[in-house]
Structure formats: C-alpha cells, structure tokens
Design a protein around this ligand. Sequence first.
Ligand SMILES: Nc1ncnc2c1ncn2[C@@H]1O[C@H](COP(=O)(O)OP(=O)(O)OP(=O)(O)O)[C@@H](O)[C@H]1O
Ligand SMILES: [Mg+2]
Length: 226
Amino acid sequence: MEEYAVKICDIHKTWNMKTTPVNALQGCSFKVEPGEFVTIIGRSGSGKSTLLHCIAGLIAPEEGTVEIGKTILTEMNEEQRSDFRLSHIGLVFQFYSLVQELTVEENLRLPFEVNGSSPDKEFLEELKSRLDIKKLENKYPRECSGGQQQRIAIARALSVKPDLILADEPTGNLDSENSRKVFSLFRECQRMFNQTVIMVTHDLALAKQADRMLVMEDGRIQNEQI
Ligand SMILES: Nc1ncnc2c1ncn2[C@@H]1O[C@H](COP(=O)(O)OP(=O)(O)OP(=O)(O)O)[C@@H](O)[C@H]1O
Ligand SMILES: [Mg+2]
C-alpha cells in the first residue's frame, strides 16, 4: 500500500454557533505525496483554516480520518496529537503565533526547549538573516510589526526542519517583495530537507508556483477523491 505524507478522507467539521451551526468541512478529501509542495486557495469562509487545524490536530473533525504518514491522527486523543505535532509538524498560523512574554530570541529557541533537541545554529542564523529579523532578537513580539512577527513565526517553524509544514497565509502580512522571498525560502527548505508543505494563500501568482494547487469550495477540495 502506498504511503502518503497526508491523507484526508471524508472529514466533516461543524462549528456550533449560538445561532445556526456552520458546516465548515463537508466531506473533504485529498492526498499529498511525501515531499510535495501543495497550495490551497479558495474564497474566504470556504474552510481552509479549519482544514489546516484538523491536519495539525489542533481540532478533531466529527467524521472522517486524518492520516499523517503512518499515524492516524483521528484515533488519537488531544495530548497524543499535541505530542505528535511537536515532533513532526511545523506550524505557521496567524493565531497560534508568538509567546508575548518571551523575547524574539526566546521564542525562536522555544521549540528546542520543548522537545529537548539543540538547534542547528548555522541554519537558524541563515533563517534570521534571510527573513530580516536579526536585529529584533532582544525585542518582545508586541514591539515588532505584524509582518516582522509573521517572519519570526516562519523562522521558528522552519528551524526545526519538520517533516510537514502547514502554513496558513504565511505571507498575509507581507509586502509583495517579502512575500516572494518567503515563498522561495519555503521552497528551498522543502527541497533541501525533502519536506511536505501545505500552504494556504490568497496570492494566486504564488499559489501557481507550487507542485500542485488545490481549490477549496464549500468545505471541500474540488476535483479530489479518495
Ligand atoms: N472557531 C470557530 N468558531 C465558529 N465558527 C468558525 C470558527 N472558525 C471558523 N468558523 C466558521 O467556519 C467557516 C470556515 O472558516 P475558515 O476559517 O475555515 O475559512 P477560511 O477559508 O480559512 O477563510 P479565510 O480565507 O477568510 O481565512 C466560516 O463560516 C467561519 O465563520
Ligand atoms: Mg483562514
């Protein structure tokens, strides 16, 4: 049996609001090959962020399965998913971002403190200079601009060289020149470490540069079947 980096099968997720429930994912399915760079585009509210949260194991769909390599995330409890995430997945999410009480440098060291490994110092320095955040080391996140915070979060996610990178609009707060630079950096890292990348973006020109571009509509990936 062929193994996929990510295999999503018929997942459903409903957000229960006080008023009417929202069916954010309605039978969403797709597969990603190991080492593939996939972008997801789609209208606001089509379910892209909800999907990425399910793949990251931050939320659990009510129905369907999420598999990351050999691991079936949907058979795990929250604590198991969190352990798995820490050692295998790099996240660049707008709302799971930097720890406000820590400096930029401390934020960058956080993943290594949590999993007890030591950073590749040379690689970390290269990421800092490529993302133009070197001068921010001793600042606190609130002293940095939105775009700077986003680039710090990107450096932190890439620094651990995860097997799988999930990025939700990682260039959303960046100007077009920085967006292009960041996209190339993701591309280079992915090729260098044979990583799998799933990136949500509203930038069609960038999205088209991926190995494959998926379109999300009404809680499903279009033209994908399992
Ligand atoms: N935490 C939540 N609680 C309640 N409803 C939610 C929550 N998160 C998302 N939703 C709803 O689920 C639907 C899908 O939202 P989602 O954030 O996944 O869309 P999206 O495709 O990422 O949109 P955007 O491009 O604007 O980021 C929307 O109707 C949204 O209102
Ligand atoms: Mg979103």
